[in-house]
Write a protein that binds this ligand. Structure first.
Ligand SMILES: Cc1cc2nc3c(=O)[nH]c(=O)nc-3n(C[C@H](O)[C@H](O)[C@H](O)COP(=O)(O)O)c2cc1C
Length: 323
């Protein structure tokens, strides 16, 4: 694939540390996700063979198109690691300039790059040089400190070094996830640059996705927490924008989604570690529902795959009517 599909009818799955692994990406793709991002992967970890870092790159032929999101503060680390990634068959890359968590800021990467636009631009330029035009995107916020926007300055400079798309989560790094995403700044960004703009931020429902595109005129959207809560958000969104006269899709079967997620996890990585991970992730689907406590207790008590599937089936009969 020469370039990635970026348009309103091609919703992306956002990079989600701890969540957007291979099984979850496949779950979302089956529901209409057009492009999926990996969790953020440390270039330093790749360079020094960090324990677990390479596991984050697990993929399969159907997991396509795939964007590998990288983070780290030193441009040289990207130059040192990306050639191997290309050799291994990864094609598309995203630079994380939005993550506000301490562990990432300490590397000089994530949203710390907002504080050093020269380094950010240099890193993106190095990535484009290695991966080629059309293959690299960057994900930014509005700026680092609240009220101190530098997204426009950064966006123009990134465009000049040849990045192919820019994703913005319109909050400041210091806000983390507080307050509201300021979609009006997505519209300003779209007006200011010529490369495609993808929006992220407070897209919790299919309607949010459609409304964000309508209000801002951006080229595409990516679902993040909305997909964690309900991977069928992709199908709902596509149904809404492609067939606005059709009724919304009926509420999804939580137990079936859980069961599918368990089976995908088992298929792609049946290790004990992945079992513990999926067991801890499943209760997230039931967030905000009646009976969440009982669901969590039941799931966390499971000792093996069969018990987990049986618990998911039970959840299905208990909670099918969620809307
Ligand atoms: C659990 C979690 C993990 C995340 N991990 C990443 C990440 O690895 N890289 C990144 O650029 N953004 C990450 N984000 C940010 C999301 O990609 C997205 O931009 C943000 O959640 C805003 O979208 P939303 O409000 O629709 O969830 C993460 C968000 C959450 C909730």
């Amino acid at each position: 694939m020469k370039s990635l599909p970026i348009s309103p009818d091609k919703p992306w799955l956002a990079p989600l540390a701890g969540y957007s692994d291979l099984p979850f990406r496949m779950l979302c793709r089956k529901r209409g996700c057009a492009v999926a991002c990996t969790e953020m992967v440390s270039v330093k970890g790749l360079k020094y063979d960090g324990k677990g870092t390479k596991d984050l790159l697990a993929t399969c032929p159907e997991d396509n198109p795939l964007v590998v999101q990288l983070f780290g503060g030193e441009p040289q680390d990207y130059s040192d690691t990306m050639p191997q990634l290309l050799d291994q068959g990864y094609t598309f890359f995203d630079l994380n300039s939005g993550c506000p968590v301490k562990k990432v800021l300490k590397t000089g990467g994530g949203s710390a790059l907002h504080l050093d636009p020269d380094r950010l631009v240099k890193t993106a330029a190095a990535m484009v040089e290695i991966a080629g035009e059309g293959k690299v995107g960057v994900k930014i916020r509005l700026g680092f400190m609240i009220g101190e926007d530098n997204y426009l300055e950064i966006a123009k400079r990134l465009e000049d070094v040849g990045i192919a798309w820019l994703t913005m989560h319109p909050r400041y790094a210091k806000q983390m996830f507080s307050g509201e995403a300021d979609w009006s700044k997505l519209a300003v960004l779209k007006e200011s640059i010529s490369i495609p703009v993808i929006g992220s931020g407070d897209l919790f429902t299919a309607e949010d996705g459609a409304e964000c595109i309508r209000q801002t005129g951006i080229d595409g959207i990516m679902f993040a927490r909305g997909a964690l809560f309900d991977p069928s958000i992709f199908a709902r969104y596509l149904n809404l924008i492609n067939n606005p006269e059709n009724p919304p899709l009926p509420s999804f079967d939580l137990g079936k989604t859980m069961e599918e997620h368990i089976n995908m996890t088992r298929k792609f990585d049946g290790s004990n570690r992945s079992f513990r991970k999926i067991r801890s992730i499943l209760p997230r689907y039931a967030k905000g529902m009646d009976g969440i406590k009982a669901v969590r207790t039941k799931l966390t008590a499971c000792e093996n795959w069969e018990e987990l599937i049986a618990a998911a089936r039970e959840v299905s009969t208990l909670t099918r009517e969620r809307c």
